[in-house]
Design a protein around this ligand. Structure first.
Ligand SMILES: [Zn+2]
Length: 356
């Protein structure tokens, strides 16, 4: 299938079609949802042609929009002509194209029996059984899989009924035609969204990127000084650059923004608490606990170790910490006194100091 004369771009397109990797709205929507909330974009999973249904990989071929329908019928007609020129056994062409058409129109594919086939195509008993096995095998694989190049091998024998050995094989040529149909339908959908020429596509991309670029230029404080060179080019000139360049630039901006946020958070977490510099005024309220103060050191240790103090348990984490601080300070009476006096001086002013 992937012949050497296909360009790399064509090959990528074919591979995406075969494996169901085309960037449909549904697929883009799922990818978008998996991103971090800050990087998510406002997307919809609705088909851009009919604007009614979710655009899944199958919907590309089942879209009820008028032009999409016309394209499909045209594509199927081309397959029919191809089969006729290749002298395919007529019932094969008829069954495959009809069933494909029915699948694309979201109609139920009628099940075939010996009688329906023989009465319709006037085939011999052997031809009928061969047709039936091919039909059953394809039903197991799925009729839509023909569009992705997955066709039952049972077709080969019955399709080349009138062929001589010289003619080679039928299946590869047929797959090439179905893949062509699939690619053409997708191409129409893409052109409908982005325009028909390279220039109109570029214009579309630029209008899409414009608001994001403008936002980056207005919120310059979200990027650190170190990354300021990213904004060196003036906005007017930036908007004139090709969309590919700007897309890459936006990625740089996003990563610079993220790293700056990380850095800010890190410094915030490393900043010591204010209580390391000043003892809060409140401490006086909580601390003077006469029972604790009068208790000798040894006894105090015991109460901490063995008898859980009820009052202590009810204290919040912050208050508990302060209490511990005080008990520690008390162990070095001189140091504690000096320190405490200067701090109260600072907080409460000299007036109160005079009274104590
Ligand atoms: Zn649609």
């Amino acid at each position: 299938m992937l012949r050497k004369h296909n360009t790399p771009k064509d090959r990528i397109q074919i591979i995406k079609g075969i494996h169901g990797w085309r960037p449909t709205k549904r697929r883009l929507h799922v990818i978008n949802k998996k991103r971090k909330t800050t990087q998510q974009e406002d997307t919809t999973d609705l088909c851009p042609l009919c604007k009614e249904h979710q655009e899944t990989q199958n919907h590309i071929f089942q879209c009820p929009q008028k032009q999409a329908r016309i394209n499909r019928t045209k594509g199927l007609r081309q397959i029919k002509t191809y089969c006729q020129t290749r002298d395919t056994f007529p019932p094969v062409t008829d069954i495959i194209t009809k069933n494909l058409q029915q699948w694309m129109n979201i109609e139920t594919i009628p099940s075939q029996t010996d009688i329906t086939i023989t009465s319709r195509y006037r085939t011999t008993q052997q031809e009928t059984t061969e047709l039936l096995t091919a039909i059953n095998n394809q039903t197991k694989i799925g009729w839509e899989q023909i569009l992705h190049g997955r066709i039952s091998l049972s077709w080969e024998k019955i399709a080349t009924k009138h062929w001589t050995k010289k003619d080679g094989t039928w299946t590869p040529g047929f797959i090439r035609q179905t893949v062509k149909l699939s690619t053409n339908i997708w191409l129409h959908r893409v052109e409908n969204e982005f325009g028909f020429t390279e220039q109109s596509r570029e214009q579309y991309m630029q209008t899409q990127l414009r608001p994001r670029i403008e936002q980056a230029y207005t919120n310059t404080e979200t990027v650190s000084q170190y990354h300021n060179h990213l904004l060196r080019i003036p906005l007017a000139r930036r908007l004139l650059l090709p969309s590919k360049t700007n897309k890459r630039w936006l990625q740089h901006i996003a990563s610079a923004k993220a790293s700056y946020e990380r850095h800010q958070m890190k410094t915030l977490l490393n900043t010591p608490k204010i209580t390391t510099f000043f003892l809060p005024k409140k401490t006086k309220k909580y601390h003077p606990n006469p029972t604790l103060q009068q208790m000798p050191h040894k006894k105090q240790k015991q109460t901490e170790k063995h008898i859980p103090n009820k009052k202590q348990q009810t204290l919040t984490g912050q208050q508990y910490k302060l209490q511990i601080n005080h008990t520690e300070l008390k162990k070095k009476p001189n140091y504690h006194k000096r320190q405490y006096a200067t701090i109260t001086n600072y907080i409460e002013g000299p007036q109160k100091n005079n009274t104590t």
